[in-house]
Design a protein around this ligand. Structure first.
Ligand SMILES: C[S@@+](CC[C@H](N)C(=O)[O-])C[C@H]1O[C@@H](n2cnc3c(N)ncnc32)[C@H](O)[C@@H]1O
Length: 230
């Protein structure tokens, strides 16, 4: 998979890409990630990428020319899936992460300032929001999308089943997990997990996932029940 990230703040992105799973995914060539500073595509002397809004109002607006010039300079941009990060986009979910992770080439645009010149929207295929709140700029949001997508590329996680069991994978939250010690301050690991009985452990985990989801996320539990009825 190839990912190009259009940003004004490469330094916010690079360090995250060089740690943990993301570093591993790049090192083992599961993904090739390029970070592009679209300020470099501004043609004025001061390399500005924003301007005041027509009609007046607070804040600055991201200009269309540098963004589209940077986008068109990306090899293969015509065929790539082009994602615009915005709080006005469709909500990002695990299901969407799974679908996106199947793309060969994804371009992600990080906004800044008060908003985009509306015409920028015409050059992107999908607008994605990571939640109903407003961040200062798109970098953190883009990293959320990249991380969730990349860990789903087959082979990236050393144990593929860990992604299958993750919360949201089947409309369920993950079951409780324990590791050593067996007892901590009087709190013991459930006996079933020490039984060595694989089938019973699986049933216990499913029950725990179901009851936890029902209690914490009734909306998700409803979807789970509906998916089971299909
Ligand atoms: C300060 S926000 C602009 C918000 C804009 N005024 C609005 O109400 O839609 C600047 C940039 O941060 C990013 N951003 C902020 N919140 C986001 C969210 N919840 N999901 C995705 N991107 C977000 C977007 O790239 C956005 O263009």
């Amino acid at each position: 998979m190839r990912i190009d990230i259009l940003t004004l703040f490469p330094n916010m992105i690079e360090p995250v890409l060089n740690e943990s799973m993301m570093w591993r995914a790049k090192a083992y060539k599961f993904v090739n990630i390029n970070v592009i500073d679209y300020r470099a595509y501004s043609e004025d002397k001061r390399k500005t990428v924003d301007d005041t809004p027509y009609g007046g109002g607070a804040g600055m607006v991201l200009r269309v020319e540098p963004v589209i010039k940077a986008l068109r300079d990306i090899d293969g941009h015509e065929d790539a899936l082009k994602i615009l990060m915005t709080p006005q986009g469709i909500p990002f979910t695990q299901t969407r992460a799974k679908t996106l992770s199947k793309n060969k080439h994804v371009i992600i645009m990080c906004g800044h300032y008060e908003g985009y010149d509306e015409r920028i929207r015409d050059y992107f295929d999908v607008e994605v929001s990571i939640g109903d709140y407003v961040l200062t700029s798109g970098e953190v949001a883009a990293l959320v999308v990249v991380d969730a997508m990349v860990r789903l590329i087959p082979g990236v996680l050393s144990n593929a089943s860990s992604a299958e069991d993750d919360s949201f994978s089947n409309h369920l939250l993950e079951y409780p997990q324990y590791t050593r010690p067996r007892v901590f301050e009087g709190k013991a690991v459930p006996d079933i997990l020490l039984s060595g009985h694989h089938q019973n452990i699986q049933s216990w985990r499913l029950e725990q996932s179901e009851s936890r989801t029902k209690k914490r996320r009734p909306d998700l539990y409803q979807k789970y029940k509906e998916s089971k009825e299909k």
